[in-house]
Write a protein that binds this ligand. Structure first.
Ligand SMILES: Nc1nc2c(c(=O)[nH]1)N[C@H]1C(S)=C(S)[C@@H](COP(=O)(O)OP(=O)(O)OC[C@H]3O[C@@H](n4cnc5c(=O)[nH]c(N)nc54)[C@H](O)[C@@H]3O)O[C@H]1N2
Ligand SMILES: Nc1nc2c(c(=O)[nH]1)N[C@H]1C(S)=C(S)[C@@H](COP(=O)(O)OP(=O)(O)OC[C@H]3O[C@@H](n4cnc5c(=O)[nH]c(N)nc54)[C@H](O)[C@@H]3O)O[C@H]1N2
Ligand code: SF4
Ligand SMILES: [Mo]
Length: 749
């Protein structure tokens, strides 16, 4: 390209973490040569982090696949899109026809929540396939929150988020937003919001076995023993009851189960939990009193209190505390967002409720949660012969060989599949096992709308960015890839991909016009479909969701909201539209059978004795926790040179006292051993981890043959999940215990 080409700019919402910052990209020709924060973005107001700033490099990574790969005689070769989809249809259909729908497993990875295609097509794929073998990154992450919300509020996606901009007191457990930029709490500049909280006289309390950058910013840091958050939270609730500090306020009339809860929580006194948590009882009492006394407060827990032994109980207790202190659903507390593509609010009343364990996994009998089986059980479901065995796998934006327990076993299981297709930009540890790899275009060439994170954002707002550069010759948009995959899997191979969007639009409108509560009740569905605007299927579907949503124009109906939102209106606001601060939504948000908040649901009651037994157990002398690094993202950003090196390395952090006790020197190699195996890792001696705890990050282990990620392979690190055998799960949610499991560490001579 000649340097006479004038640079231009384009807006793009960043897909690299949950903060969803608006970026201004500099574009020369078709290449992104720079990225800065968009100051006019209604949500992020110019914030950017080093990952967003590297958007151009990540986008132009030469190792990104440009063409599909198809396996022939055991080897992957480049192929045309038509050849690739022929291979998908030929690989999947006979298996489905012979063995039924459960013969196909589906794996959904994290980036699906960061793309439009990942939000719009997997639900269609699943409803056409009708397989029970669904596995997602959720059971390595936030499934305990879904289960807790399902039980408490009747909807697994009704997740209250801390009102960061207005709260007076934030009790934050197992989260490190200064590195992660926040999770299930979408807020651009999370660090800035924490600083602002302190500046306005509020208090930040951080509970984390490591003295993280977030902990350093806090008024108080409690270096809890890993895995014991549920005990600490139960003790806080116990103190509130014992000292008569519960004050649910206006929630009182919407809550049931208060007496049963009080009774059940009785044994968890601060004195009873102090030793297990390694936090003095009087400190726990003070914490509870301060939480109750704060004008407004929010309790917020994330990965470190979720991917643990008592993950669902901990997540439940987080919201129990918000309820007991009257902070749930009030400004400054924890509120339910209302996103532009959410369903428009309905009159309050009893709902369908939330059921757990409607079916079980075939081999180990794990209960389903939210229609999913534990990712940790994927390997055995592939390996074990018999009816319902997974013979083919559809993997969308997932790298479970690194992200799930015992990657070696899963890797071997994948190699034994009759057929596997991966939709992934890279040939990596997982996609290398596929028979067909379908690469999506880089993010600059994709439109972006945050269907998932808008529903967890600390402020209601709506933003959409069209592709910053045109689709490169020979590429398919990810939405078209997924639409064609759906057609190939469902026996409609060769049909126009736009048929998938048309089908969804038709069925959505058919339901809406038949629904007496819809603003379009009684209207002509065809006429409404004809009114949709947008250049692409996904845009028309977005237009439909916006117009039927809580801020929509309702297709001009009386019932339409004053915002009158449509895709056209949104396009006229390239920096987004602010929809205001979060507002109370109880009772309308509740979908329980009782129509109330079910404070002490039966599955929780049944699991509580397990927590009680933990009071008497002796703690392991050494346990492992993970950590995240600002310039990384799970398993797939290690191929960008600008984001590697420095402190973003795969080292085992060990406290100096433990290092001395175990004979470990900084920089030396240690052997770490646990249930699933052993790893040799470089030691980093640091007092940022507490004693009795070592820390190793996940997403590393890029040393398998047959991958195509040169930079990552040059500093491969080790896969921490190889220490696990997949047997440690939070029983209610099927979530893998990735934090707080026992390990042994010894020097290697
Ligand atoms: N020990 C330990 N393990 C963990 C965790 C931990 O804290 N500790 N964290 C867990 C958590 S929270 C999560 S969410 C999981 C994540 O687990 P996964 O979702 O399995 O892994 P990711 O590394 O996020 O990457 C998923 C894949 O998406 C691909 N990808 C990137 N962009 C796109 C795109 O635009 N389209 C498509 N189709 N593919 C794309 C990447 O190349 C990669 O192969 O890991 C979990 N594993
Ligand atoms: N830079 C960067 N950003 C990311 C990601 C990334 O990999 N890198 N991943 C994205 C994803 S998929 C997610 S889900 C989010 C996660 O976002 P966060 O939930 O903020 O995740 P982490 O940074 O892993 O923070 C978890 C913390 O829990 C602590 N911890 C471990 N065990 C325990 C325990 O038993 N109790 C308590 N109280 N704390 C414990 C760990 O020391 C760690 O500091 O981040 C997202 N953003
Ligand atoms: S904070 Fe997250 S969304 Fe914002 S620029 Fe960084 S990676 Fe992108
Ligand atoms: Mo995650």
């Amino acid at each position: 390209m000649s340097h006479h080409d004038a640079a231009r700019t384009a807006l793009r919402i960043c897909p690299l973490c949950e903060a969803t910052c608006g970026l201004t990209l500099t574009i020369e020709g078709t290449r992104v040569t720079g990225a800065r924060g968009d100051r006019d973005d209604v949500f992020s107001q110019g914030f950017i982090c080093p990952k967003g700033a590297s958007f151009g490099e990540l986008d132009a990574d030469p190792d990104r696949l440009r063409m599909p790969l198809v396996r022939e005689d055991g080897r992957l070769r480049e192929a045309s899109w038509d050849e690739a989809f022929d291979a998908v249809a030929a690989g999947l259909r006979p298996l489905i026809e012979q063995y039924g729908p459960n013969a196909v497993g589906v794996v959904l990875g994290n980036p699906n929540v960061h793309t439009m295609a990942g939000a719009l097509y997997p639900p269609v794929l699943l409803s056409t396939l009708r397989t029970r073998n669904l596995f997602t990154a959720g059971t390595l992450d936030q499934m305990p929150k879904h289960v807790s919300s399902g039980l408490l509020f009747g909807s697994p996606v009704a997740i209250p988020v801390p009102d960061l901009d207005r709260t007076d007191h934030l009790l934050l457990l197992g989260a490190n937003p200064l590195e992660s930029n926040g999770s299930l709490c979408t807020a651009a500049d999370f660090p800035g919001k924490l600083k602002a909280l302190r500046r306005r006289g509020g208090k930040l309390v951080v509970v984390d076995p490591r003295r993280t950058r977030t902990a350093k910013l806090a008024d108080q840091h409690l270096a809890i023993r890993p895995g014991t958050d549920a005990l600490l939270l139960a003790a806080l609730a116990q103190v509130l009851f014992e000292e008569k500090r519960t004050e649910p306020g206006r929630l009182e009339q919407h809550v049931e189960g208060m007496d049963e809860l009080r009774e059940a929580i009785q044994p968890f006194t601060p004195e009873a939990v102090a030793e297990a948590c390694d936090i003095p009882a009087d400190e726990i009492r003070t914490m509870a009193r301060e939480l109750a006394a704060a004008p407004t407060a929010a309790v917020y827990g994330r990965v470190g209190s979720s991917t643990v032994e008592y993950g669902t109980l901990a997540n439940w207790l987080v919201d129990v505390l918000n309820i007991l202190t009257g902070n749930l659903d009030r400004p400054g507390g924890a509120l339910f967002p209302l996103a532009a593509t959410d369903r428009a609010p309905r009159p309050a009343g009893p709902g369908k409720g939330f059921a757990l364990g409607r079916w079980q996994s075939r081999v180990s009998g794990h209960p389903e949660a939210k229609g999913e089986l534990p990712m940790a059980a994927l390997a055995e479901e592939i390996e074990t012969p018999g009816e319902g065995q997974i013979r083919a796998l559809i993997s969308l934006a997932a790298n479970p060989v690194l992200s799930a327990p015992d990657g070696n076993r899963l890797d071997a299981a994948l190699a034994g599949l009759d057929f596997m297709v991966s939709v992934d930009p890279y040939l990596n540890e997982t996609s290398r096992r596929a028979h067909v790899v379908l690469p999506p275009p880089p993010p600059s060439q994709s439109a972006h709308y945050d269907f998932a994170f808008s529903a967890f954002a600390v402020r209601n707002q709506v933003r959409y960015t069209r592709p910053a550069v045109p689709l490169e010759e020979g590429r398919l948009d990810e939405s078209e890839i997924l639409a064609r995959l759906i057609l190939a899997a469902s026996g409609m191979h060769g049909a126009e991909p736009s048929a998938v969007d048309a089908m969804v639009i038709e069925s959505t409108l058919a339901k809406a016009v038949a629904d007496p509560l819809s603003p379009v009740h009684g209207r002509d569905a065809k006429e409404l479909a004809a009114q949709l605007t947008g250049r692409t299927g996904p845009e028309r579907r977005l237009d439909l969701m916006l117009r039927l949503g809580p801020y929509g124009d309702g297709f001009g109906a009386q019932g339409g909201s004053t915002h009158g939102l449509t895709l056209d209106r949104l396009l006229a606001h390239p920096h987004g539209i602010d929809l205001g601060p979060l507002e109370p939504r109880v009772p309308e948000v509740l979908k329980t059978r009782s129509g109330r908040i079910e404070l002490f649901p039966a599955p929780i009651a049944a699991d509580l004795p397990r927590l009680r037994r933990a009071l008497g157990e002796r703690a392991a002398s050494l346990v492992l926790v993970g950590r995240r690094h600002l310039r990384s993202n799970n398993s797939w950003l290690h191929n960008v040179p600008a984001l590697g090196g420095g402190t973003n390395r795969c080292t085992l952090q060990v406290h100096p006292e433990d290092a001395a006790r175990l004979g470990l020197a900084d920089g030396a190699t240690a052997r770490i051993t646990a249930d699933g195996g052993a790893l040799d890792v470089p030691v980093e001696v640091t007092d940022t981890v507490r004693t009795g705890v070592v820390s190793l990050p996940h997403g590393w282990g890029h040393n398998r043959p047959g991958t195509r990620m040169k930079v990552a392979a040059a500093s491969p690190g080790v896969n921490v999940n190889q220490l696990l055998d997949g047997s440690r799960l939070d029983p209610l949610s099927g979530t893998a215990v990735l934090n707080g499991f026992p390990v042994e560490v010894a020097p290697i001579s």
